[in-house]
Design a protein around this ligand. Structure first.
Ligand code: MTE
Ligand code: MO
Length: 383
């Protein structure tokens, strides 16, 4: 594999793996703006970054169990109505390093920043699929297509040198309200190479693994995609399953991500002066479920206060409010007087009243995915 044509990257990214390139920003970068700047958006790759030289000849081939297979060029996709969707993308492996501390797990180590919030601009997949004769809100095509598979052009060792792929159900793909995009812009700029130039899928509310970058083709198929990343990875197993007794076919591919929150203004261990401490962080839930509440404890979990939440600075967040961005994270803050060394803890509740698990041990799984345990940071107070 060829890593000689990787794009330039911001020097402050923490590199978790060099080839393929996997990196995350410092925690503090995530709470310095509601929309994560492209440079500070985590980069999660499984192979070298593809090079698309000729944008005019670039096309996405849509075929499979449909009546009118078609090559769509960028001009065809840009001719469709353009939507800007603010959506948080989170890798299922976010916070894996912390899970690995209880018992070793397999996978790239991530701190808490394998997540970002961006404004994605592009065409709705539901509109694209209409161009090949699939009406809105279709559960199955006449020839029995029930899933939409996205195939990339990158080369991954897990696929024996083949491309990265994933699928979502056809009913989600053809639902305009699901806001699944073929995105060519990120934060108002042309999508860059790291994030999928010239075109990527964005599946809001779902683990990042299904938002396929560098889209090459779309297949309408009967069963969900049989690729490695759908069938042999990104599945949630109970703590009793290990590499000797694992049976991948017993679990479904993970789709929606669960409720999550993280304190970003502090590192795992901090030295502070006694007095007022303001903490800030992010909270997000999958499936379009808003954040109902973020609880913060300044005494290791004995007592809790409710954090204030916002999506637009200065405007309080109300999860059922029509103007709230349902696919996007909320930022939160809480302040307390801290006079002695303690542990600060945060946990969120989503609009379906889902809560985060207290202990990472209870959700430990061999692939180290979906660590959503209460987030804890230690502060040592020096007088
Ligand atoms: N698409 C392709 N083609 N190749 C990949 O390696 N990684 C996936 C997904 N789409 C991947 C991909 C994973 S696991 C995640 S979390 C997101 O892209 C990361 O997107 P980002 O690098 O834009 O943050
Ligand atoms: Mo991921």
């Amino acid at each position: 594999s060829d890593y000689s044509r990787e794009p330039p990257r911001h020097p402050s990214l923490q590199i978790n793996a060099k080839e393929p390139f996997n990196a995350e920003p410092p925690r503090s970068a995530l709470v310095s703006s509601y929309v994560t700047p492209v440079d500070f958006f985590y980069k999660r790759n499984h192979g070298p970054i593809p090079v698309v030289d000729d944008i005019h000849s670039y096309s996405v081939y849509i075929s499979g169990l449909i009546e009118n297979p078609k090559h769509l060029f960028m001009k065809d996709i840009r001719a469709l109505p353009k939507y800007n969707v603010t959506a948080t993308l989170q890798c299922a492996g976010n916070r894996r390093t912390a899970m690995s501390k209880t018992r070793t797990v397999k996978g790239v180590g991530w701190d808490v920043s394998a997540i970002g919030n961006a404004v994605w601009g592009g065409a709705k997949l539901a509109d694209v699929l209409e161009l090949v004769g699939i009406p809105k809100l279709t559960g199955a095509t006449k020839s029995g297509g029930k899933h939409v598979e996205f195939v990339s052009v990158d080369k991954c060792k897990e696929e024996n040198g083949g491309p990265y792929k994933a699928s979502i159900p056809l009913i989600q793909a053809t639902n305009p309200e699901a806001d699944v995009l073929l995105a060519y812009e990120m934060n108002g700029e042309t999508l860059n190479r790291d994030h999928g130039y010239p075109l990527r899928v964005i599946v809001p509310g779902v683990i990042g693994a299904r938002s396929v970058k560098w889209l090459d083709s779309i297949n309408v198929i009967t069963e969900e995609c049989q690729g490695f990343f759908m069938q042999k990875d990104y599945k949630m197993f109970p703590p009793s399953v290990n590499w000797d007794n694992i049976n991948w076919s017993t679990r479904r591919p993970q789709m929606d991500f669960p409720v999550q929150c993280v304190i970003c203004s502090l590192e795992d261990v901090n030295a502070i002066k006694p007095g007022k401490v303001k903490i800030t962080g992010y909270a997000a839930s999958g499936g379009g479920r808003g954040i109902e509440r973020v609880d913060v404890s300044f005494d290791g979990g004995k007592t809790w206060i409710e954090a204030s939440r916002y999506q637009r600075t200065g405007i309080p967040y109300i999860s059922e409010h029509t103007s709230s961005e349902k696919w996007a994270w909320v930022l939160f803050e809480a302040t307390a007087d801290v006079q002695q060394s303690t542990e600060i803890v945060a946990k969120a509740v989503d609009s379906a009243a889902n809560v985060q698990p207290e202990k990472v041990e209870d959700i430990w799984n061999l692939r180290g995915i979906l660590n959503t345990s209460w987030h804890r940071v230690q502060v040592r107070v020096g007088h």
